[in-house]
Structure formats: structure tokens, C-alpha cells
Design a protein around this ligand. Structure first.
Ligand code: F6P
Length: 326
């Protein structure tokens, strides 16, 4: 065993289904390796406030199937300041915590990267966000569950859309990325998908109408990524409504229901693997890295790379969606 004797674990940023499975994976792997574990509550704010709770093997019983995070989460402004980070370091030292696992998205990893440039307590990250927008990993915790939640909701919207011969603009989450929109659009057979990575789709939508591709259907579903346009699906529907005269249009914003619920089997298994890998990385003296999955293998990616580069969507999937949705 290296110099790590006691580790902390926290969840930060938007919660994602599977975070609890990762906390369990971290806690039980640490205990297996003879380490003490401390839960840090409310993300980075809990570091600054020393809001620590000891975690035993039994503390993480019965949580693998639960959404949310037992440690709570937050987006913390204070950790962005040198004073906040200094306080966090002092609290970690006082509690004799030798390493920290951060489960979160790119904002959380940016904080961890800066902290590790300033201080010697190693931080290791686990990608946890429904947006799937972290470079260097094929997978982020919660994305699979959110995607399945969206698919279930959109299937239901299809039923009512068909019953009334309506056109729906359905807005899904994803921040600045279109992964949830693209994959849910393909999975639900959406007539069109609007994502931030591709501009001009709104124009194409008009062309589809003119070609009659949309007209002959009993329902039309257009999936809109929230980051596509300022104002989201409502703004797009408003902007395009004069092109769609003759259509009975409705807008549905799925919102935060996409972040909740019991994690899928994929999220539970991958979160468990990443929790285990994060503890092993700390034991191996790694710092300022994220553990991720690439081609279903565990990989270590420096925070600096994970947050700097944009993860690209596979645009050939958009072509596929167009071919299949006529
Ligand atoms: O990053 C996860 C996410 O759910 C995004 O998809 C969304 O844009 C954002 O968080 C919403 O954040 P909040 O819960 O603070 O409204």
C-alpha cells in the first residue's frame, strides 16, 4: 500500500443516476484495501465546511438502485476562489484525508485540476453527468438512464401526437451537447433532431415540410437539444410556426425528470467499475486524472485533457436518423 490511508469522496454539479453506485464502489474498494473512507457532503462546499461523515461498508448498503446522491451535491462558487481552495486544503489536512475522489462533470474537474496544481493532496475524478459530454471517456454515469427515461417519455408523447395528428417539439437536456437528443431521436424514430453541433437543421426542417416528408405522417416528433437555440423548443416552435401552417403544434419540455430515477443496469455496472478504478488510481499515486471507459476498458485521462477538449458527437448518426425517418 502507498501513502494513502484515508480518502474522501464527493459528488459535485448536477446529480446523475448511478452516482450512488459509484459512491458504493469507492467505499467498498477502499475498505477492501484497508483504507478509511469519509463522505464529503454537498460537493466542494462540504470540503470548505468540513462537512464530513465516516463511511463504513454498511453506510452504502441498499443504495446501488437509487437515483440522486446520498452525499448531496452542489455547484460551489467558493471553491473557484484561492481562499476557498485554501480552506478546503486546511480542512482536508485537519481530517488527515490523503486523497479525494470527485464524481462530477467538467466544471467539477476544472476545480479539481486547479486544486492539484496548488496543493499536494491528490484528486481523482469519475465522470458523472447525464450529458455524456466529457472528452476522453465513451461513457459518463447517468447518461444511459437519462436516455432511457427520455425514450420512455417520448414514446408516450408519440401516442398522443398520433391520436391528434399533431406535431411536437420535445426539448431534452444535455447542456451544450446533443448526445441525449441524437440518441433519443434515433431510438424513438423522431422525424427530425436539432442539436447544437449542427447548424442549419431548422432550415432543413422547412425543406422536409416542402418535400412532404413530414406532411404524410399522422404525427411528427422533433427532438430539440436544450443547447440548440436560446429559448429552446418554445423559441424554435414560435420561430417556425408560420412555416407549419396546417399543423397542430405542441411543445413539451421534459426537464429535470431526466435526471432522476433508478439507474439502469449499465449505469450501475459502469459506476461500480469506475468507483473501483478511482480508488486503485489513488493507491497507485495518480493525481489530477479522471478514470473513464474507452472501448469498454478503464482509462486514465488527465483532467487538463478531459476539460479542455470537446467530445464530438458522431454526425453520421444524424444522417442515419434522416434516412430512417422519412
Ligand atoms: O449537466 C446536467 C444538466 O442536467 C444539464 O443537462 C442541464 O442543462 C443542467 O444540468 C441543468 O442544471 P440545473 O439543475 O442547475 O437547472
Amino acid at each position: 500500500m502507498g501513502k494513502i490511508r484515508k480518502i474522501g469522496v464527493l459528488t459535485s454539479g448536477g446529480d446523475a443516476p448511478g452516482m450512488n453506485a459509484a459512491i458504493r464502489g469507492v467505499t467498498r474498494t477502499a475498505i477492501f484495501n484497508g483504507l478509511e473512507v469519509v463522505g464529503i457532503r454537498h460537493g466542494y462546499q462540504g470540503l470548505i465546511d468540513a462537512n464530513f461523515i465516516p463511511l463504513e461498508a454498511s453506510s452504502v448498503s441498499d443504495i446501488i438502485q437509487r437515483g440522486g446522491t446520498i452525499l448531496k451535491t452542489a455547484r460551489c462558487e467558493a471553491f473557484k476562489t484561492p481562499e476557498g481552495r485554501a480552506q478546503a486544503y486546511n480542512k482536508l489536512k485537519e481530517a488527515q484525508i490523503d486523497g479525494v475522489v470527485v464524481i462530477g462533470g467538467d466544471g467539477s474537474f476544472t476545480g479539481a485540476r486547479i486544486f492539484n496544481e496548488e496543493y499536494d493532496i491528490p484528486f481523482v475524478g469519475i465522470p458523472g453527468t447525464i450529458d455524456n459530454d466529457i472528452f476522453g471517456t465513451d461513457y459518463t454515469i447517468g447518461y444511459d438512464t437519462a436516455l432511457n427515461t427520455v425514450v420512455e417519455a417520448v414514446d408516450k408523447i408519440r401516442d398522443t401526437a398520433s391520436a391528434h395528428n399533431r406535431m411536437f417539439f420535445v426539448e431534452v437536456m444535455g447542456a451544450e451537447a446533443g448526445f441525449i437528443a441524437l440518441y433519443s431521436g434515433i431510438a424513438t424514430g423522431a422525424e427530425a433532431i436539432l442539436i447544437p453541433e449542427i447548424k442549419g437543421e431548422q432550415r432543413d426542417l422547412k425543406k422536409m415540410i416542402e418535400n412532404g416528408n413530414l406532411r404524410k405522417k399522422s404525427s411528427n416528433l422533433i427532438i430539440v437539444a436544450e443547447g440548440e437555440t436560446e429559448g429552446g423548443a418554445f423559441a424554435i416552435a414560435e420561430k417556425l410556426k408560420h412555416e407549419f401552417t396546417g399543423y397542430d403544434i405542441r411543445v413539451s419540455v421534459l426537464g429535470h425528470l431526466q435526471r432522476g430515477g433508478s439507474p439502469t443496469a449499465i449505469d450501475r455496472v459502469n459506476a461500480s467499475r469506475l468507483g473501483h478504478a478511482a480508488v486503485e488510481a489513488l493507491i497507485d499515486d495518480q493525481k489530477s486524472v479522471m478514470v473513464g471507459l474507452s472501448n469498454d476498458e478503464i482509462v486514465l485521462v488527465p483532467f487538463r485533457r478531459a476539460v479542455k477538449q470537446n467530445k464530438e458527437v458522431d454526425l453520421s448518426l444524424l444522417d442515419l436518423a434522416r434516412i430512417l425517418s422519412v
